[in-house]
Write a protein that binds this ligand. Structure first.
Ligand code: THU
Length: 137
């Protein structure tokens, strides 16, 4: 399965439009690609109590896991201030890196897009070289 970074970043941009972020005014979209080409999308969902807020990356991967998927081959993330024309690369937070590392290999590509259509390609292992693990795998 050929990974199309642009297409995956576009899916993350689409998901970002659904963000519920009235408290931070910062919307994030994420897309996670499965080995058969299926894409799961997620957006950040905030809460007036703040701590229940869930990041876009975790929404996307939890949707996929809850539908029985674990065969992830790439991730894309975009984010920025709501309404801003320019937005820079937005990297996953530490909590989301840990969650992604539970289900993705270290060499899984992570694509980060900005408003100029540029894509920064990194890997999950670069983003989180040491993860907390209870089980050996
Ligand atoms: N956020 C994400 O969705 N993903 C991240 O990796 C970092 C932060 C969201 C959470 C919150 O709704 C907003 O961005 C500001 O922190």
């Amino acid at each position: 399965m050929k990974i199309n970074a642009k297409e995956l970043v576009e899916a993350a941009c689409r998901a970002r439009l659904s963000a519920y972020a009235p408290y931070s005014s910062f919307s994030v979209g994420a897309a996670i690609l499965c080995s058969d080409g299926k894409i799961y999308e997620g957006c950040n969902i905030e809460n007036s109590s703040f701590t229940p807020t869930c990041c876009a990356e975790r929404v996307a991967i939890f949707k996929a896991i809850s539908e029985g998927r674990r065969d992830f081959i790439a991730v894309a993330v975009v984010g920025g201030k709501i309404g801003a024309e320019e937005w820079e690369f937005c990297y996953p937070c530490g909590v989301c890196r840990q969650v992604l590392a539970e289900f993705c290999d270290k060499d899984t590509p992570v694509f980060i897009g900005n408003s100029r259509g540029e894509i920064d390609e990194t890997t999950l292992g670069e983003l989180i070289p040491y993860t907390f693990k209870l089980k050996k795998n």
